[in-house]
Design a protein around this ligand. Structure first.
Ligand code: PMP
Ligand code: GLN
Length: 391
């Protein structure tokens, strides 16, 4: 369905379960970029290679015969390595046996969490602009998305407004830090607010932390697992694709207290059962060296700084991204065009592709802002900057 446009009814008059869903923006913009031979800073993926050492580890795992099903929750070595990473990063632990599951990317983790808990008419609070996979998963399970607008220009959460939107139907709150698409991060104060307003409720928190290792300017990532009151009600989802430059491998994981994870696994075992085995073996070994993830923020901060220094005299305005590998650029000094149209025109005429922010929002809220992915070689960033400086 997703790939064929806005089809309201499927074959034989079955009513679509997702009538409003079109091809997603990442696919659309990447196709447009390829068609028009544009530099693709739209869909978020690196255009450089994953570390050869990791590729060798995976090849060795295949050569040495790890080619059959992995254990349902993931290879034990990988779950142990993930548990160790929590200890290194946050000084807290998840039990590899009962509190960690390896997933087919964060997308599958998110879909499975929502499917395991959301029933018809349950309400899920989602902060907008929001990454695109939350809302369809809520809808397909009969739940209702309650949108909360993040306040620009800092994309801040209005906690008073959140309190007003809570009701007896609120089953889940989804947070995402560092935040895609805005490149902002939640603060200690935000996490404490979240902890306070969920205290004494049955609300599950789904914390999408796929960019946990990409946080800039000396800031520390604030994971929900750092706050006991949040950890006990939260799922954390993460993605090796972001951390190790291999989004195409689609390996991620999620963690939660045992009771929540047991419900998760009931769904997981039937929607995927288990995840690519040799990749898991390779990742488990690779994770043993902490520098492989601890050095990522510095690596991407250099890319962010290069990109921003190159476009500092352009007509785009920006606040430096605080995390993720995305930078949003405000183009209101250039044109008053709707962002979807402007992104399209830039791709076709100027040969540079980006993502318009309005697609992550309800209706047609237009911020005059485009998202650019800087997970690219320095050469690509320079060529991209040359174009942006001419606009
Ligand atoms: N959440 C966010 C915020 C993302 O940006 C992405 C992908 N870029 C995902 C989840 C999905 O991650 P994965 O590719 O591991 O499925
Ligand atoms: N998460 C990536 C992004 O934000 C895209 C993932 C996808 O194409 N589904 O650009």
């Amino acid at each position: 369905m997703l790939l064929y446009g806005n089809i309201r009814y499927n074959y034989m008059n079955h009513i679509s379960k997702l009538p409003e869903i079109e091809t997603n923006i990442f696919t659309k913009m990447s196709v447009l970029a390829n068609t028009h031979n544009a530099i693709n800073l739209s869909q978020g993926f690196p255009n450089f290679k994953s570390d050869d050492k990791l590729i060798d580890l995976v090849s060795n795992a295949m050569a040495s015969g790890h080619n059959q099903y992995a254990p349902m929750a993931g290879s034990m070595e990988l779950r142990e390595a993930i548990a160790n990473k929590f200890d290194v990063m946050y000084g807290t632990s998840y039990h590899p046996e009962s509190e960690i599951t390896v997933t087919a990317g964060a997308t599958q983790a998110i879909y499975t969490i929502i499917s395991a808990f959301i029933r018809p008419d349950d309400e899920v609070l989602v902060f907008k602009p929001a990454y695109d996979c939350y809302e369809p998963a809520i809808a397909i399970n009969g739940g209702k998305t309650i949108s909360m607008q993040l306040k620009t220009p800092d994309y801040a959460i209005d906690w008073e407004n959140v309190k007003e939107k809570l009701s007896s139907k609120t089953k889940m709150i989804i947070v995402n830090t560092p935040h895609n698409p805005s490149g902002t991060i939640l603060s200690e104060e935000d996490l404490l607010q979240l902890q306070e307003i969920t205290d004494g409720t049955n609300i599950i928190v789904l914390s999408d932390e796929v960019y946990e290792h990409i946080v800039f300017d000396g800031e520390k990532h604030k994971s929900v697992c750092l706050y006991e009151g949040l950890k006990s009600r939260s799922f954390i989802t993460a993605s090796f694709g972001k951390t190790f430059h291999n989004t195409g491998w689609k390996v991620g994981y999620c963690c939660a207290p045992r009771e929540l994870m047991e419900e998760f696994k009931k769904v997981h075992q039937f929607n995927v059962f288990c995840v690519n085995h040799p990749m898991q073996k390779g990742l488990a070994e690779y994770l043993k060296k902490t520098e492989h993830y601890l050095e990522l923020s510095g690596f991407y901060q250099e890319k962010r700084d290069l990109f921003l220094s190159l476009i500092k005299n352009s007509r785009f305005c920006f606040k430096p991204s605080k995390g993720t590998y995305f930078q949003v650029l405000d183009y209101s000094k250039i044109t008053d065009e709707y962002d979807v149209d402007f992104a399209r025109r830039l791709t076709i005429e100027n040969k540079i592709a980006s993502i318009p922010l309005s697609v992550f929002n309800d209706e047609d809220i237009d911020y005059s802002v485009l998202r650019f992915c800087f997970a690219k070689t320095d050469d690509t960033l320079k060529r991209a900057a040359d174009i942006l400086n001419e606009i």
